[in-house]
Design a protein around this ligand. Structure first.
Ligand SMILES: [Zn+2]
Length: 455
């Protein structure tokens, strides 16, 4: 069987790449209404590609926002079904002047395809379309395959939960497979086993009813920036633990086994520091860097605003200051609960000399894939087969809020099989996807289906 896959893929390699690049030409920016038609055009192109790959059916399905593409190939309802999730929308390409070539004019340079969406996520979900084609055209499919490719991931998937709830029967499967993340490197293949949850709030501190002369009033009236900074600085103690009461209450400590796996993950601290241009690292005492970014919750100030920031000096006591604050969460912290704790905390520690308001932005729950699940084992075996090396389970620090929703609604586990690299410039100018990774993904995915069916 493997020989026929190899032959088929070798013969069609260039076409696979060319088709993927065609998809990258469509500016499917979900955040901007001016791209509404492009979104639809992209959904239609995805539908077409799934059909041509050999699916029985593929449809563009409506939501209150951008449409979802659903497709399926059912070989035998009694066989296991794999649901592939991905997204055809992309981040806005700005700032345009930092791109070396047009964000929607894909170019190949040094074995990489440069374009918005190449790695996140068009290039990656397209590997699954071509894996389906390989399996269908060589008559070697052992699983049923379904596709759920949405168009609103980059804007927080506001309509996907309803779509999934409304279409539970249609989406019924045994495992969800997602390629929307990175691996450590081609030499050190890895599979993500965790994504963190998120709480996001904004705090506003109001002092006097107008900006004041800092000489006439300074020293007598509370300065909103000073007050805000004091509150923010008090959120970590001398050990860099988070001081919000109740913040750690629901944290499930990682097991010794998990910590051992993290300790074995290749990591070069000097290189890490050099890359970031910092002399020392910072973080919660008692935990390593990979633990701090993977299995521990964090609190970050994302932005702070207030007072005079123009050229030169202006002696002012500002009337207002604001900060955006996010927390990354781990099991079993609840995004709702932590958001509530954060809001209450800032309202409570507000001094009487200012008015403090706090309100919430978006959130999402953490997610963990057990490494003893059938899906994870099949993915690990597939990666080992094509990379010649057992993948390392990695605790990713980012968040994919839709994961917990998919598991809750469909009652099945998610397996992350990302073939991108951290250096792919996701959401940044000059996003790229290595062509070798693209083909390696197409080579690996059929083995996942084979091993999953056999387990
Ligand atoms: Zn993505």
């Amino acid at each position: 069987m493997e020989q026929v896959w190899k032959e088929y893929q070798e013969k069609n390699k260039d076409r696979f790449l060319k088709e993927m690049m065609e998809l990258l030409r469509i500016p499917s920016v979900s955040a901007k209404s001016e791209h509404k038609e492009d979104m639809r055009r992209c959904a239609e192109a995805v539908r077409q590609s799934i059909l041509e790959a050999g699916a029985d059916r593929a449809e563009v399905m409506e939501t209150a926002g951008h449409p979802v593409v659903f497709g399926e190939k059912i070989i035998d309802p009694s066989k296991p079904t794999v649901l592939v999730y991905g997204h055809y929308d992309v981040q806005p390409p700005e700032p345009l002047d930092l791109w070396h070539s047009g964000p929607f004019e894909p170019v190949i340079k040094e074995g990489k395809v440069y374009a918005r969406g190449s790695a996140d996520d068009k290039g990656q979900f397209y590997m699954h379309v071509k894996a389906l084609e390989t399996l269908a055209k060589t008559n070697t499919l052992q699983t049923n395959i379904k596709f759920l490719i949405e168009g609103e991931e980059e804007v927080g998937s506001p309509n996907l939960e309803k779509f999934v709830t409304d279409n539970k029967e249609l989406l019924k499967s045994d495992v969800i497979l997602i390629s929307d993340s990175a691996m450590l490197s081609m030499e050190n293949p890895s599979l993500d086993v965790r994504v963190r949850g998120m709480s996001y709030i904004e705090v506003e501190v109001k002092g006097p009813n107008r900006d004041l002369h800092s000489g006439i009033y300074g020293g007598a009236v509370g300065n909103p920036i000073t007050i805000l900074c004091k509150m923010l600085a008090s959120c970590h103690d001398e050990n860099n633990h988070i001081t919000i009461p109740g913040f750690y209450d629901d944290v499930v400590e990682a097991t010794e086994e998990e910590r051992e796996i993290i300790a074995r993950t290749p990591y070069d601290e000097d290189e890490y520091k050099r890359d970031l241009g910092v002399k020392e690292l910072w973080g919660e005492n008692g935990f390593s860097t990979n633990e701090r970014t993977g299995i521990r919750p964090t609190l970050e100030i994302n932005g702070i605003c207030g007072g005079y920031t123009g050229e030169g000096a202006k002696t002012v006591l500002p009337s207002k200051a604001t900060a955006k604050i996010s927390a990354r969460l781990v099991p079993n912290q609840s995004s709702k609960k932590i958001t509530q704790l954060l809001l209450e905390h800032f309202r409570k520690i507000a001094p009487p000399s200012a008015t403090v308001k706090a309100f919430e932005h978006h959130g999402g729950e953490p997610y963990v894939t057990p490494i003893d699940s059938k899906g994870y084992k099949a993915a690990a075996k597939a990666v080992e087969k094509t990379f010649g090396k057992e993948p390392i389970p990695v605790s990713g620090g980012g968040s994919i809020p839709i994961c917990s929703i998919l598991e809750k609604e469909l009652g099945i586990k998610i397996v992350f099989m990302g073939f991108g690299l951290d250096s792919d410039n996701l959401h940044s100018p000059n996003e790229k996807f290595n062509i070798e990774n693209f083909h390696k993904g197409i080579e690996t995915i059929p083995y996942f289906h084979k091993f999953f069916a056999e387990m």
